[in-house]
Every structure is written in C-alpha cells, then in structure tokens.
Design a protein around this ligand. Structure first.
Ligand SMILES: [Zn+2]
Length: 151
C-alpha cells in the first residue's frame, strides 16, 4: 500500500540501485543489480515466511501513538501561527511544519485503523503467499541457505 524506496550500492559495479518497496521491505532479500545483473544479499528485506512480519506492522497502538504525537505537534504549530498572526506576521516554516505534521498524523491514524479493522492482515496474507511461492523454488531456497538463512 505505502510506497517507499530502498537504495543500495552494488558491491560488484558500484552502481546505485533504487527500488520501490512496501513500508516494511517485505520481499526477497536476494536482489539483482540492474546494471551488471550480479546477485547480492540485502538483509534489510524480510522474507516473511522465514523472518516473520515486522512486529510494528501489526501494532495499531504504535501508529495511534504516532498519530497523537504528530497531531500534537500540528496543534502547537497551529497555536504558534495563531499568536504570530495576531501580531501581524507569520512564519512559512511553522506553517509548513504544522501542515506536514498534520498530514503525517492523519496517515498514521489511517494506518492504525487499517490494522485495527484487519486490512493490514489482508496485505500481510498477500506478502506471505508471495514469500511462500518464492520458497517453493528449490534453487531459490539453495541460494538463501548459501547466504546463511536457515530454511
Ligand atoms: Zn552491479
């Protein structure tokens, strides 16, 4: 659902690779360099059938706390802007910080609700199914073992 990016430098040809990933980097830890096609282990990726899900990804409280914290910052910015405006000036930095905190707070709140109402579980089921289908390939499992995974 959320799009994040993972960046890494190929150990063979030093090319900087940039890949879209989900927020928790669920996917194969064996990556391929787009420039020289060499394979490389990136242990930041979680092969969920082996590594399990990131515990924060199921923790609605983690997001709810984040949402409250960010909305509190947004509220403080709002109060500052109000007092500044009353004195006849305002700071774009504080307005931007307030708007960003409010948006991030809302995003956290939505995530908390998604987890609470089971939408996140649906996403996780999909990642688990993808992970299991990768592990159904004996060659892939062999590679993971070479990289030190206990499969
Ligand atoms: Zn490379």
């Amino acid at each position: 659902m959320q799009i994040s990016y993972a960046e890494w430098v190929c150990p063979e040809c030093k090319t900087k690779n940039r890949e879209a990933c989900n927020a928790w980097m669920y996917g194969s830890p064996i990556r391929e360099c787009k420039a020289c096609r060499s394979e490389y282990l990136d242990s930041r990726w979680r092969e969920v059938a082996i590594d399990g899900f990131d515990p924060r990804g199921k923790n609605a409280k983690f997001y709810a706390k984040g949402a409250l914290f960010l909305l509190a910052i947004a509220a403080i910015c709002g109060i500052l802007i109000y007092f500044q405006y009353a004195k006849g000036y305002y700071s774009m930095k504080i307005i931007a910080a307030g708007a960003l905190s409010a948006l991030a707070g809302i995003a956290c709140g939505i995530n908390a609700l998604r987890i609470k109402f089971g939408f996140a579980d649906k996403d996780n089921e999909k990642y688990m199914a993808e992970s299991k289908s990768r592990l159904a390939d004996p060659q892939y499992v062999e590679k993971l073992r070479k990289y030190g995974y206990k499969v």
